[in-house]
Write a protein that binds this ligand. Structure first.
Ligand SMILES: [Zn+2]
Length: 87
């Protein structure tokens, strides 16, 4: 038997019903759910999509807030950054 160059693996996962319903209404009848989810995972792992707020560390969130509010890169001496650090 010839070995598949890109073998697949069957997995069982649990996702919120709301997410499942959203996925089902997004896909057309001839679209592969497995292919869609696989591609979403690859995109996420390759950093194609930005990390969600839940995935960022507090330090990263504060740095992002500092960038948004102040725009400077003086993380140590900036007075705005000092205020954020105290959150
Ligand atoms: Zn600043």
């Amino acid at each position: 038997m010839r070995r598949a160059t890109n073998p697949t693996r069957k997995i069982s996962i649990t996702i919120p019903s709301r997410v499942f319903d959203k996925l089902e209404s997004h896909l057309s009848y001839d679209q592969s759910r497995s292919k869609f989810i696989s591609s979403a995972i690859v995109d996420k792992l390759d950093g194609v999509s930005a990390p969600s707020v839940q995935e960022l560390t507090t330090v990263q969130l504060k740095a992002a807030l500092h960038q948004r509010i102040c725009g400077c890169h003086e993380t140590a001496s900036c007075p705005n950054n000092v205020l954020l650090r105290n959150l």
